[in-house]
Design a protein around this ligand. Structure first.
Ligand code: G16
Length: 541
């Protein structure tokens, strides 16, 4: 570590221009891109230290995902492809906020506290989404990494799931796959084609419309479109020529419950929408009467879990399947999973790392946030069991076939993190195997009407929650007020939590009918505004 060079660069080239405190949140640091240069320089160095501690390559992704174009952000990815360990989130926050002149002191403390061998080698895998600001921020990270004499592998513009995938490929010496964009695409395509059901279809159609949110996901979608043209007819829109996430993308569609801009006008057409860095996906369609229908992360999770459950049953294997959700999961989906499907369901805090950790407790863990972020993870021993059954001559033909279908599914899944495009191919595989159109899929259960609202407050961190964000501990009186409001509505449910990616408090409400969901969301928003120092216009009730 060349500490004097780090000090000089920090003070002269990368002073902290932002007076606000940075906090490593749900998905790393996120704010306006112009405040992030010093942070990227520092996170480049931190990624090197993390790599030295773990003795393996770590990832650094520059993205603000669903946020608007002027924002950007950074998150670190651990060697096994998972989100940064919680203890290191605190370290990242302390380094981000250290005064410019105290960077060296802060780094030395991190080195000492964590027994880091400064002479150990380090590799950082770097990627960025399609935001223009990513070019300069990437340069800042590289300057930080190079100031420590570590190796940087810069993949340029890639999706967040590709970055996670590359980290795992590199750390497994290629056993998980080839760490190139072509390797990623061909692994997905090969698996999808292999899983394809050859029976004639009455209802499932090859035609799929995809909204790429004008983000980096458009690049991967175009590659899939080309490679899969004989199997899946992908019609891409919001392909990168318009403004990122503007009136399009998974977050916009989920929150506003409307189709994105440029959406096809064909009734009952199966449409998918991904977010700005392609780690989330939701489906939707407009029916014959022009009514919009959303099939969100909950519907995707239940589709996948029910399909896997059927295959486990047919194969006769003893496998514990579970599903993980957050408080945002629609109550109807939870009832459907535990009541009808009879699959164990767990609830965690918002944030992929919580769901991912909890999903590890099952042999096969399906996890999804309602916003469309999720995947499936399989224990190694479960994969071996399934592979063995697929070729075991003592099993019946239908048992072997079911095990083979599970093997095919495993190969389509990006187990490292929620991956919109891998998830899309999983959904298409299942709809194809079941010969379902999107209307049939949607009928599996009917969502309770729900609303999500953002409330602007002076400091969102005054909101403290517990019980997977379902109860609010502070400010005083807020939970009591929410309980009182909820009790006025049939099937009412509401909670509030500070966002980890935007400077807002999020309010969720659901009720038996749309008008009540609207009213409850408005009333709870007003309570937040009044008890947590709201700023700007008062919420409408
Ligand atoms: C990120 C996280 C998700 C989270 C979402 C919203 O997604 O990875 O787990 O649900 O932010 O988080 P919050 O409600 O705390 O703002 P993305 O797609 O924006 O990276």
């Amino acid at each position: 570590m060349n500490y004097s060079e780090i000090h000089n660069i920090s003070v002269t080239q990368y002073p902290n221009k932002c007076s606000r405190k940075f906090e490593y949140g749900t998905a790393g640091f996120r704010t306006r891109a112009e405040y992030l240069d010093h942070l990227l320089f520092r996170m480049g160095i931190l990624a090197v230290l993390r790599s030295k501690v773990k003795g393996a390559a770590v990832g650094l992704m520059i993205t603000a995902s669903h946020n608007e174009e002027p924002d950007n952000g950074v998150k670190l990815v651990d060697p096994n492809g998972e989100m940064l360990e919680t203890k290191w989130e605190t370290i990242a926050t302390s380094l981000a906020n250290a005064p410019d002149s105290e960077i060296v002191e802060t780094l030395k403390k991190i080195v000492n506290d964590n027994n880091i061998d400064e002479n150990a080698s380090a590799v950082v895998i770097l990627g960025r989404d399609s935001r223009q600001s990513g070019v300069g921020l990437s340069r800042s990270a590289i300057i930080g990494i190079k100031a420590t004499n570590a190796i940087v592998k810069d993949f340029g513009v890639i999706t967040t799931p590709q970055l996670h995938y590359f980290v795992v490929c590199i750390n497994t010496n290629g056993a998980y796959g080839e760490a190139t964009t072509n390797g990623y695409i061909s692994k997905l395509c090969r698996a999808f084609i292999k899983a394809k059901d050859s029976n004639t279809k009455n209802f499932y159609s090859k035609k799929l419309f995809v909204d790429a949110a004008n983000g980096v996901g458009a690049i991967v979608t175009k590659a899939l479109q080309k490679e899969l043209k004989d199997f899946l007819e992908i019609n891409l829109f919001n392909d990168g020529t318009g403004t990122l996430n503007h009136q399009c993308g998974a977050d916009y569609v989920k929150i506003n419950q409307v189709a994105p801009i440029n959406s096809p006008t064909i009734s009952n057409a199966r449409c998918a929408t991904i977010d700005g860095d392609a780690d989330r996906i939701v489906y939707y369609y407009n029916d014959e009467n022009g009514k919009f229908h959303l099939l969100d992360g909950d519907k995707i999770a239940t589709l996948i879990a029910s399909y896997i459950k059927d295959l486990i049953e047919i194969s006769g294997l003893s496998i514990l399947l579970g599903l993980v959700q957050t408080a945002y999961a629609n109550g109807a989906s939870t009832n459907y999973i535990s009541g009808l499907l009879n699959i164990p369901v767990a609830c965690t805090d918002t944030g992929v790392k919580y769901l991912h950790q909890r999903a590890h407790e099952f042999d096969i863990g399906v996890y999804f946030e309602a916003n469309g972020h999720g995947t499936v993870i399989f224990k190694d021993k479960t994969v071996e069991l399934i592979q063995e059954a697929a070729t075991n001559n003592t099993c019946t033909e239908s048992q072997r076939k079911a095990a083979l279908q599970l093997c095919n599914l495993i190969n389509i899944v990006n187990q490292t993190v929620g991956d919109a495009l891998s998830d899309m191919l999983i959904v298409e595989t299942i709809l194809d195997a079941r010969d379902w159109d999107i209307v049939t899929w949607n009928r599996s259960y009917i969502d309770f009407p729900n609303r999500q609202v953002k409330v602007h407050v002076k400091d969102r961190n005054v909101i403290k929650t517990t019980d997977a964000a379902r109860r609010c501990l502070s400010p005083p009186g807020l939970q009591e007020k929410i309980d009182e409001l909820v009790s006025r509505y049939s099937k009412g449910r509401s909670f509030v939590r500070p966002s980890g990616t935007e400077d807002v408090v999020r309010v969720y409400a659901e009720a038996e009918n749309s008008a009540d969901a609207d009213k409850l969301a408005g009333e709870v928003s007003l309570a937040v505004y009044q008890l947590a120092h709201g700023v700007g216009p008062m919420p409408n009730v």
